[in-house]
Design a protein around this ligand. Sequence first.
Ligand code: AMP
Ligand code: MG
Length: 327
Amino acid sequence: MKTKIIDIRNLDEQSYSNSIQEAGLLLKTGEVIAFPTETVYGLGGIISSKETIDKIYFVKGRPADNPLIVHCSSPEQLFSLCKSVFPLLELLVRNFMPGPLTIVTKKSPKVADFITSGLDTIALRIPSKIVAIDLINEVGVPIAAPSANLSGKPSPTHAQHVMDDFNGKIPMILDDGDCDIGIESTVILVEENQITLLRPGIIEVSTIEHITNIPVTVSVELTESILSPGMKYRHYSPNAIVRLFYDKESYKEAIQENTLKSMLLIPENSSTSFENASNTFRYSEHNLYALFRLADEQHYSQILLFIDDSTAKKMGLMNRIKKAASK
Ligand code: AMP
Ligand code: MG
C-alpha cells in the first residue's frame, strides 16, 4: 500500500475541501488514516465498524485491553455516546471543549463493546484542530483515534513521525505541520460529583478545580492500571537511557564524567546557563517527543535531562519525562 501525504497547510479552499472529502471517503469505507490534532497526530477510524477498530489495534500493535479515545465534533455528538448527561459533565464540556481534555464517563448502551475494550466507560474528546473537526463532520460519525505511533514509540507530533512508523501500512496522512501542544490530552474520569485524574496533560488539575470547585483525585501513581488500562504500558520511551537531574551541579558533573554519546536536554525557558554544544537541545512539551525520536535516529546511547523548578511543577510534561526514564 502506498501512503499518500496531503499537506493541507497552503491549499486554497477548494483543494482543502477536496482533500477532506478524499480522506472522509477512505474513513467511510472503513480505512484507517492519520490526521493532526492539537495534541499529537491520531490514527483514526470510524466507530461504527468493528473491522476498522480491529485494524487500528493491529496496525499500531496496541494491546487489546487498552481502549481508544473517541473524537467528536460537537457536544451533542459527544453527549449521545454517554449513559447520562449530568451537570458536572456539561460544565466540563462547556468549559474545556474543544480542547486537549478527554473525559471518561459511563457509556451509552448503544456504544459497542469493541470501542471500549469491554469497559462500561468511554473516553471522549472534542479536538480543537479545525481539520480534525472538518474530518469528523465529513464522515458524520465519531472517529476513534489513539496516537498515530507504533505502540511503545513516542507519540507523533509531525507528519514525518507518522510516516516513519506507518509508511506503506495506512493509505493517507493529513499533514498540518507541528502539533501545537505536543503531548497527549489530560484524561479525567468524571462521575456525578467526582473527578479523578487518569493522565496528566497541558490542562492542569488546578484549572479543572478552579472551574468546577471540586477537588480532583490524583490517582496516576496509585491506581492507574486499574482505572485506565493504557497507563500500565511503558509508553513514550526512546532507545537511549534517559537520566534525570534536578540539581545543576550534579548535572554538570555527569556531563563532565560522561563517556557515552549523549544528548543534553535543558528546559526551554531555563535561566540556568549551559554550554551550547551541537548535542544540546532546549525541550518543552511541544518538542519533547520529536527530540526523543531524534535521539533514536542519531543513535544516542544516553539522554541527560535537566529539570529545573518550574519544569518540575508541570505534571503533564513530568509524567512523560518520567515514563521515558523508567525502563
Ligand atoms: P491514546 O489514545 O493512545 O493517547 O490513549 C488513550 C488513553 O485513554 C489511554 O491511556 C487509555 O487507557 C485511556 N482510556 C481510553 N478509554 C478509557 C476508559 N474507558 N477508561 C479509562 N481509560 C481509558
Ligand atoms: Mg498513545
